[in-house]
Each structure stands twice: as C-alpha cells, then as structure tokens.
Design a protein around this ligand. Structure first.
Ligand code: GLN
Length: 448
C-alpha cells in the first residue's frame, strides 16, 4: 500500500507506464495468507518491484514505450517473471524506457521523458530510465531493466543506484523483447548491492526456452559477496577510460573512489585497452544489424498498432511502421539494413564482427592479470532534458565506457561513486570476468 501511495503521489514523474494497483494488493494479501497458513515464505517474500516495459508479464500491457505496440497484451510470462513470482515478489507495474531500449536518456519514449530524481531538468539516463528513477525515488525497492550496451548501468549511474548487467547468458532472455539478441541481458537495479545479489540469485540460471542461456552454476551471490576483500584485490584501471575529453568532475569522483580502494588494500594496476576507440562504431553496426532483423516482426498485422490509412497490404505494412515507430528506431532499422546489405556487409558488418572478437580477446587477456576493471560509467554527469536530442552521434557517445563489456559479453555494474559540484550523481563501473557477478557485487557492496 505504501509503495502504491507513493506511486500515485508521483504520477507526474512519468516513471510508471502502468501500475498494477489491484493486482499488487491482491498479491500482497495472498502472501499474507500464505504466512498465516504456516507456509514457508519465498526468498523474495513481498519484495515490491518495478519491471521495465520490454519484459512480458502475462495479461499485462507490453509497450516497449512504442506506439507500434499500442493495445498489445502479453500472452506469456518471461522466465524472470515466473521465477520472481515463485519466490513471492510483488510487481507494482511496468516502467518507462527508451523505445525498444534504444537510447541513453529515456527521451525516445512514446510516453514522454522521465526526470532525474536528483534534478528534474536532467535526464535519468536510458534506456532503463524508468527502472533507475523508480528505485532512486523510492517507487520500487528493486527494478528489472535490460542492458544491450549500457542501458542498466548508465541510468543506474545517473540516478545513484546499483545497476548490474550480468554475463551474457546468465539470465534467460525468454520474454524480453529482442533488440540486439547477441548483446541483450536483463539486469537488476537496486539501492543496495545485497538486494541486487538476492534477486540475481533467483532469476539467473539455465532456461530451456532460451538457447543462449548458460548451464554454468548459479552462484550463492550473498555468500560470495562476503568473501570479497580489498586486501590484495587487483584493480585494472585502463588509461583509455580516462581520456582528455572525460568530464573533470566525473574523473575526480571516480579517482577518489579508486584511491579509497587503494587505501583499503587494493592494488591499482594501470592497463591499456588500445582498441577502445572502436567500441562505439562496432556496437552501433552490430546492434543495428540485429535490431533491423528483430524489429521486422512489427508489421501492423501481428501486434498492436495498425495504420488506418492503407489501401493495400504493402501500404498497411509501410504505414503501420511509419506511424508506429519513433525516429530513433527508424534510424536504427535503416542503419542496420544498410550494414547488412550486399556490397556493404564485408565493409561494415563483417569488420565489426572481427572487432568484436578482438575486444573479447583483449578483455580476456586483461582479466587474466587483474581481478576487476574499474572506471567511470559515463563520460559526463546527467545532462539536460532536450540537450542532446538533435545530435544522435553525441547521444551515442554516452555509451563509450559501457559498450565494451557488452561486446565481450562479460559482467559489469555501476555503483554510486559520489556527486559532482551540482549535486548530480556519478557512477563508477566495475567490469569482471565471465560469471564473476559475486565478486563485482561484493566490491560494490564494500564501496557503498
Ligand atoms: N544507449 C545504448 C543504445 O542506445 C544502449 C541501449 C541499451 O543498452 N539497451 O543502444
């Protein structure tokens, strides 16, 4: 009730796309009865959660913040949803995002922008802007987001919460609307690392409905967190993560946290990842290629919105997509179609795949020598609503530090690091080796 009241009082914040008022209360009562009947409570008993609106909950709307899914109701539960339900979590509603998870500011939403809870003139980050803002504003205790190139970590950094993108394959993508399938991972946003660890432990693990999900054992994350000590921890600090162009205050805040780690016994190791400059280009070629294929299913016939201005079938497809998709989504479908087309495939797509392989090798090599890699999550603090909307390339640069871990498929999180002189949050990113989520959460917890 308390969370629902807060959500109602904060309706103007535009954080929630839909609120499960009746369902959440009913569910809470059902859980109370369960206790009264002497049944054992689940691991997440009563945990009030917000779910990004690109994750399926049976019977609920599923919009991806796009007009093209207007009126669509999900017909099955995502695997993460059924696992959370089995452990007695409570869903408060679906939260705002950039359309189809494409963006870094939550401004590409057909439901309009969301404000940063720390300064309403600033963006909360994206694409999981609603998830991060919901946790920061106390409108959910934990939220699920999705991260293709930074969409959990960057908004977490902008809103002063923890945001974890696990190893590719750690969490089933069944029921997550696909953007770039070989990058997409569901992630967890929470105020405290320990809460993220609890939720990760429930939703991680093999799922026969997702052929890319991993059989790797799920860690006892809460116990693993306790094993982490700064003493002797080798922290790689890539010099490419502190370029000239990095915002000075972001640099100072992150450097101060690194110094704290050093004072607590960690060893800072300067490393170099010389290919870092190619990350954005490779990411935007590969993910737009995948998106152009994934989004072909939204044709006006199968889901949601259908244009009323069509005289024949082709017009119906074209007009539904023209009217249903926003500008950024159209831009990516066109880019992706271009890089996959005959004649350009070898020049762009194949090259980017080769760059991807180089990234994987480089990060593997680096992580053979250090335990984690640390640096800023974003090159700048939360920016003004509207300030980057006219310049997509400038917006893409927001992802410069987050896309490498997505390209390599390794886990990474953003942990609150402090504030700049205007009181805006600064996040620090920690990157780990495959399936080393426990260590990342442990370090984050110790820093909090
Ligand atoms: N900002 C990045 C993009 O626009 C990342 C998005 C994401 O991780 N879903 O593609």
């Amino acid at each position: 009730s308390e969370y629902l009241q807060r959500i109602a009082a904060a309706r103007d914040s535009n954080i929630y796309i839909s609120v499960f008022e009746q369902e959440a209360l009913e569910r809470a009562r059902e859980l109370d009865r369960k206790l009264e009947n002497g049944e054992a409570p689940g691991r997440l008993f009563g945990l009030p959660m917000a779910i990004k609106d690109n994750i399926s909950i049976k019977g609920a709307g599923l919009t991806c913040a796009s007009k093209i899914l207007q009126g669509y109701t999900a017909v099955y539960d995502a695997t993460v949803i059924s696992r959370l339900q089995d452990e007695d979590a409570v869903f408060l509603g679906k939260v705002n995002m950039d359309e189809f998870a494409m963006g870094s500011s939550n401004e590409n939403s057909s439901f309009g922008p969301v404000s940063n809870p720390y300064d309403e003139s600033k963006v909360p980050g994206g694409s999981s802007g609603g998830s991060a803002a919901a946790v920061a504003a106390g409108l959910a205790m934990v939220a699920l987001g999705s991260d293709t190139g930074g969409s959990v970590r960057q908004p977490a950094g902008f809103c002063n919460v923890i945001g974890l993108k696990p190893t590719y394959g750690r969490i089933s993508r069944y029921g997550l609307v696909a953007f770039g399938s070989s990058f997409d991972q569901i992630g967890v946003l929470a105020s405290h690392a320990a809460d993220a660890a609890e939720v990760l432990g429930v939703i991680a693990g093999y799922d026969e409905c997702d052929s890319t999900s991993s059989h790797h054992d799920v860690g006892e994350y809460t116990a693993l967190m306790k094993d982490v000590s700064f003493n002797g921890l080798r922290v790689g600090v890539p010099k490419e993560y502190f370029p000239e162009s990095l915002n000075g205050e972001v640099k100072d805040v992150v450097r101060a946290r690194l110094a704290d780690m050093e004072a607590a016994g960690a060893e800072l190791v300067e490393i170099t990842l010389p290919e870092s400059d190619y990350a954005i280009a490779a990411y935007y070629i590969l993910t737009t290629a995948e998106a152009s294929s994934n989004l072909a299913r939204f044709d006006g016939a199968r889901y949601g919105y259908r244009s009323e201005h069509a005289e024949n079938l082709t017009d119906m497809y074209v007009n539904s997509r023209t009217e249903g998709f926003g500008d950024e989504v159209k831009r990516r479908i066109m880019l992706g179609t271009y890089v996959l087309s005959a004649g350009y495939y070898d020049t762009y797509y194949k090259k980017a795949q080769q760059v991807r392989r180089v990234f994987l090798d480089r990060y593997r090599e680096a992580l053979a020598d250090v335990d984690i890699i640390a640096g800023p999550t974003s090159p700048f603090p939360p920016f003004g609503i509207g300030s980057k909307m006219d310049d997509p390339l400038e917006m893409y640069l927001a992802d410069v530090f987050t896309v490498p871990a997505s390209i390599a498929g390794i886990p990474a999180l953003s942990v609150p690091a402090g504030f700049d002189s205007s009181g805006l949050p600064v996040g620090m990113q920690l990157i780990g080796n495959f399936f080393d989520e426990g260590r990342l959460l442990g370090v984050a917890g110790a820093l909090q």
